[in-house]
Write a protein that binds this ligand. Structure first.
Ligand code: DC
Length: 217
C-alpha cells in the first residue's frame, strides 16, 4: 500500500506521516529530507545550488542512502550521515532551489519509487501524489495559512536553538511556496484525487484521525 501526503512547508505533513506510519505499522519516507540532503551537500562542497551545470556534475558522483534508526529517518550522502545538519533554516531554501533542477528530481524520484515498490509506505513531499506515485492507493494534500505555518516553523526552530523573528520566517515560507509552486518540472500542486485537509485550526490528533479514517475504512 502506498499513501502520499503533499503540501507546503509547515502544513504538518511530516508529523502526520510519522504518526500514521507508526499507527499502521508501515514505513514513512520524508522526501523533503532528500532534497535537503542534496542542498546541504552542494553547499558543503562550495557549489551554488542554482548553478545547474555544477550541480549536474556533482550528482553524477552522489550516492544517497536512507534508513531508519529508532523510527527516525536518516539520510547519508556518499557515506556521511547528514541528518543532523539538514534542518537548519538556510537549508530550506537551498533544498527548494536545488529541487528545481530536473536531473536532481529524476535521480531522487527513482530512489523514492524504488523504496515505495519495496514496502508499504506513507510518503510526504511536494510531488508524491502528482508525479512520484500518481497511482498511490490514497492521496492527501495538507495546507494551512502562512501565519500558522510560520508559527509552527518558529517553534520547531526554537526547539533546535535557532532564534529567528516571525516575519523573516513567514517571508521565507511564502518565498519557498512560490518557488515550489511555480517551478516547471513537477511543481507543488493538489494531486488529482487527493483529499485536501486545511490543518490551520486542527490538532495533530484530529488531522491524524481524518487520514486514518479514510485509509482504514
Ligand atoms: O518538506 P521540506 O520542507 O523538508 O522540503 C524542502 C524543500 O524540498 C521544498 O521546499 C521543496 C523540495 N521538495 C520537493 O521539491 N519535492 C518533494 N517531494 C519534497 C521536497
Amino acid at each position: 500500500m502506498n499513501i502520499t501526503l503533499d503540501g507546503p512547508g509547515g502544513s504538518g505533513k511530516s508529523t502526520i506521516a510519522k504518526l500514521v506510519a507508526k499507527k499502521m505499522g508501515i514505513s514513512y519516507l520524508d522526501t523533503g529530507a532528500m532534497y535537503r540532503a542534496m542542498g546541504y551537500y552542494a553547499l558543503s562542497k562550495g557549489i551554488a545550488v542554482d548553478d545547474e551545470k555544477a550541480v549536474l556534475e556533482m550528482i553524477k558522483n552522489v550516492e544517497m542512502k536512507l534508513w531508519q534508526e529508532n523510527g527516525v529517518q536518516q539520510v547519508s550522502v556518499n557515506g556521511i550521515n547528514v541528518t543532523p545538519y539538514i534542518r537548519e533554516h538556510e537549508i530550506s531554501m537551498a533544498a527548494s532551489t536545488i529541487s528545481k533542477i530536473p536531473a536532481v528530481r529524476i535521480k531522487l524520484v527513482e530512489l523514492q519509487r524504488k523504496i515505495a515498490s519495496d514496502c508499504d509506505c506513507i510518503m510526504d513531499g511536494r510531488d508524491c501524489g502528482s508525479f512520484v506515485l500518481p497511482q498511490a492507493d490514497y492521496k492527501f494534500y495538507l495546507t494551512a495559512s502562512s501565519d500558522v505555518r510560520a508559527q509552527r516553523r518558529q517553534k520547531e526552530l526554537v526547539e533546535k536553538g535557532q532564534i529567528l523573528d516571525f516575519e523573516t520566517i513567514k517571508a521565507d515560507i511564502e518565498a519557498r511556496d512560490k518557488q515550489d509552486m511555480t517551478r516547471e518540472f513537477a511543481p507543488l500542486v493538489i494531486p488529482e484525487g487527493a483529499t485536501v485537509i486545511d490543518t490551520s485550526d486542527m490538532t495533530i490528533d484530529q488531522v491524524c484521525s481524518v487520514v486514518m479514517n479514510a485509509v482504514c475504512r
